[in-house]
Design a protein around this ligand. Structure first.
Ligand code: FNR
Length: 346
């Protein structure tokens, strides 16, 4: 018999593909760069190195948390790990909570380390698990970092979801006691300045704001519901752009890593997210969609083209490296300026 949670993992994949939209709705259209006609730089001088905490990244983007916990998603994880290895980018797996409950499912995660022995691999668990389970999740893949996801709207919409959301003490304890860097991430609803501040005040050093505008877990969970849909929640949250602006309102010191994900679909979206302050970018559905529709080789090409695209944009802007890109100012349209004014974003 297929375990109920394994079935859910498979459904998440098929629904993420069903609803996949190659257009971003994460707010990037409200921003534009100013063209610089004489950038005084050569294409081959651009360096894409970045970091998450103490982890060095050759490229500032990675495969964001998605799969594991079933036979089908084991195969997907293996393919994603091959793609990550071939392209030299980091990779997070989907939530390992399912394998911590039923250890027979752990091979759908450990396959990632077997496939990519020297790569950067990030574990993923929900915010209600304790530090012991967090360490077990890391040990399962000998991971380089742990992601803790926060996903209140998703849980609320799922009839079988959590109903208790007192997470901060737990997040603090894991952040303080784990032997690898801890990233707290959303799952596509974005973050407010208040949430970012609460995390920082509790010792969190790495934050992935995962905003609205890409994969939409309100839509996915509503579709799975047998009871009446709560589709009035399908537009809940802050976009990725709004969330990155919210980070500017919180007191974030230089040693905090900010990661952007949610609706990042093109190198231009990624460049804009970095110019808004992100150190790294996570992409989930575009990579899964490419893998399922076009296979491993095309997905490797998609990622290598993405690297080239970012280099092209950085060249046009005269940026040698990611730190230079983080300093570039953009124009915002009146709709986004309205958000900035109402939220008193500096
Ligand atoms: C996800 N996401 C996710 N996040 C997480 O922290 N743990 C998880 O188990 C999952 N599972 C999952 C499954 C599938 C099929 C998808 C597409 C996504 C959320 C993901 O990491 C990311 O935050 C959002 O998908 C937004 O990014 P994209 O998809 O718009 O690039």
């Amino acid at each position: 018999m297929v375990n109920r949670q394994s079935h859910r993992k498979d459904e998440h994949v098929s629904l993420a593909i069903k609803f996949y939209d190659p257009q971003s709705h994460a707010g990037f259209d409200h921003l534009r760069f100013i063209h610089q006609g004489i950038p005084e730089i050569n294409l081959n001088e651009v360096n894409l190195n970045s970091h998450i905490d103490k982890i060095k990244l050759d490229f500032p983007f990675y495969i964001e948390a998605m799969t594991g916990g079933s036979e089908y998603t084991k195969k997907l994880n293996q393919s994603l790990a091959k793609i990550a290895k071939e392209t030299g980018i980091a990779m997070a797996t989907g939530s390992q909570s399912v394998a911590l409950k039923d250890y027979s499912l752990s091979d759908s995660f450990s396959i990632v380390r077997e496939t990519n022995p020297n790569g950067n691999i990030f574990s993923n668990i929900g915010a209600s698990l304790d530090v012991k389970n967090a360490q077990k999740a890391v040990d399962m893949m000998d991971s380089n970092a742990l992601e803790i996801h926060i996903n209140t709207p998703q849980e609320i919409i799922m009839p079988e979801g959590d109903r208790e959301f007192n997470w901060i003490d737990n997040i603090k304890e894991i952040s303080q006691n784990l032997n690898v860097p801890v990233i707290v991430k959303e799952v596509g609803f974005g973050m407010s300045a208040e949430t970012v501040q609460l995390l920082i005040d509790n010792g969190v050093k790495n934050i992935n704001i995962s905003g609205k505008g890409g994969t939409n877990f309100s839509k996915i969970e509503n579709y799975r519901r047998k009871e009446q849909e709560l589709d009035y929640l399908s537009d809940w949250g802050q976009t990725t752009v709004e969330s990155l602006l919210e980070v500017k309102k919180a007191k974030v010191s230089n040693d905090v890593t900010i990661i952007a994900s949610g609706g990042i679909r093109t190198p231009l979206d990624a460049a804009k997210a970095i110019a808004l302050g992100a150190d790294a970018i996570g992409m989930a559905a575009p990579i899964l969609y490419s893998l399922i529709k076009n296979g491993e080789d095309e997905t490797i090409k998609f990622i290598n083209d993405f690297k080239d695209g970012l280099i092209n944009i950085m060249t046009m802007l005269g940026c040698n490296n990611i730190d230079d890109l983080k300093q570039v100012k953009m124009l915002v349209d009146s709709q986004l300026q309205n958000y900035i004014n109402q939220r008193n974003i500096p």
